[in-house]
Design a protein around this ligand. Structure first.
Ligand code: G
Ligand code: MN
Length: 391
């Protein structure tokens, strides 16, 4: 046995093609180049082998009966975000090949194959796969949660799965005077390990151009526990809008559960993003108001130089960002700022919420400074409808 026959050092790859004759010739070629190819003429069997094996690269024909190359990618990406998939096609111009690349195929090669191109593509795919693994491990080492899918197909699948498990947590907002519940803020939560928090979910939706789907889903389920005798009492619902939701033609759709309780709903719009780039934003806000929704400016004082959006939104409620609330009892500059917000808002008939209250000292100082409404882990963590208040 010579060195190239040593199966230990050979790189395991999968080859799938319904043309068995072509398959056999590719196997010979790839073996000769030092790979250990396993050939399958049938997609289902191949998928089982891939799930069980330790393959470095997948080469798959696109046009096959039963499971085609695109479906193959879809199935593999449900559990493996890294393995490079090289698609093989007889027709260089077909749309599916372009779509395959958009979806994250590593490359596609056209038949008849150029021997050198085939081999160098497989080699570079092996390299890319190893690098992806190292990067993922490095990210985990630094305490960053799963680095996430590296291509659009993987991201789409992760997004779909996360959307299916999406649920709303509710965090109480209480009156500073007596700790009675004024409202609950709805916050999205997922059961997804790949997209485990709202930030990950939002940036996935952004990358996929699916912010509308996410926003619509949230607006559909958030009002669930409110309304007739479901335990919410007459508490208001605070709901975060992504600025892009303001451009969704379905935002003002009639006959919805949310619309039915519009006068109980406060739409939060963050100060972090500018509304300038959203077409029709102010018009959408005006129409929301006409429907009975109230508007809150969220994250006030979080850094964005943004009294512009404040003025533009003419909010009913202002939410002071937790950055200003943190240690407000010890920091006189923050005390002055919070007090200024309170005074300014009082003159305009705007209610003020202090977000992110974590200590009794922060709570007490906010009340002293005249803040009407309080929210934060001290008072109640977000949880299934409806968490208990600690007062
Ligand atoms: O941007 P917005 O204000 O909507 O973000 C609210 C986020 O802040 C939620 O994810 C919520 O879980 C979190 N949060 C709520 N209360 C507290 C708190 O007291 N401390 C901290 N650190 N986070 C909080
Ligand atoms: Mn908010």
């Amino acid at each position: 046995m010579n060195e190239t026959d040593n199966t230990e050092s050979r790189i395991p790859i999968v080859l799938i093609d319904d043309d068995e004759e072509l398959g056999r010739s590719l196997v010979r070629l790839l073996r000769h180049e030092g790979f250990a190819p396993d050939f399958f003429a049938d997609g289902e069997t191949a998928l089982q082998a891939i799930a069980a094996g330790n393959y470095q690269v997948i080469l798959s024909d696109i046009a096959m009966p039963h499971i085609d190359g695109i479906e193959m990618m879809r199935r593999v990406r449900q559990y493996d975000f890294d393995i490079p998939i090289i698609l093989l096609t007889g027709e260089p111009t077909i749309d599916s090949a372009k779509k395959a690349i958009e979806l994250g195929a590593y490359r596609y090669l056209t038949k008849p194959f150029d021997r050198e191109e085939l081999v160098s593509t497989v080699r570079s795919a092996v390299f890319v796969h190893r690098m992806a693994k190292i990067k993922r491990e490095a990210a985990e080492l630094q305490g960053q949660a799963h680095h996430g899918p590296s291509d659009l197909l993987g991201l789409n699948i992760a997004f779909e799965a996360a959307l299916a498990t999406l649920w709303m947590a509710y965090q109480p907002i209480v009156r500073g005077g007596d700790g009675s519940v004024f409202a609950y803020e709805a916050l999205m939560r997922t059961e997804s390990k790949t997209l485990p928090h709202p930030g990950a979910m939002l940036s996935a939706a952004e990358s996929l151009g699916r912010l509308d789907d996410l926003g619509r889903h949230i607006r559909k389920i958030a009002p669930g526990p409110f309304g007739n005798g479901n335990g919410g009492g007459d508490a208001l619902l605070f709901l975060n809008l992504h600025p892009r939701d303001l451009a969704d033609p379905l935002l003002l759709e009639t006959g919805t559960a949310l619309g039915a309780i519009a006068d109980q709903v406060v739409m939060e719009i963050t100060e972090r993003a500018s509304l300038d780039k959203i077409p029709g934003a102010l018009d959408a806000i005006r129409q929301l108001r006409e429907r009975g929704f109230r508007i809150a400016v969220d994250d006030l004082g979080s850094g964005y130089a943004g009294l512009t959006s404040f003025a533009m939104l003419e909010p009913d409620v202002v939410k002071i960002d937790m950055a200003l609330v943190r240690d407000v009892d010890k920091n006189t500059t923050k005390q002055k700022l919070v007090h200024s917000v309170v005074e300014l808002s009082r003159d305009m008939g705007i209610s003020v919420v202090a977000e992110g209250i974590e200590t009794p000292a922060e709570r007490d100082r906010c009340v002293e400074l005249g803040v009407d409404l309080l929210q934060g882990y001290l008072i109640g963590r977000p949880g299934p409808a409806f968490p208990r208040v600690n007062w």
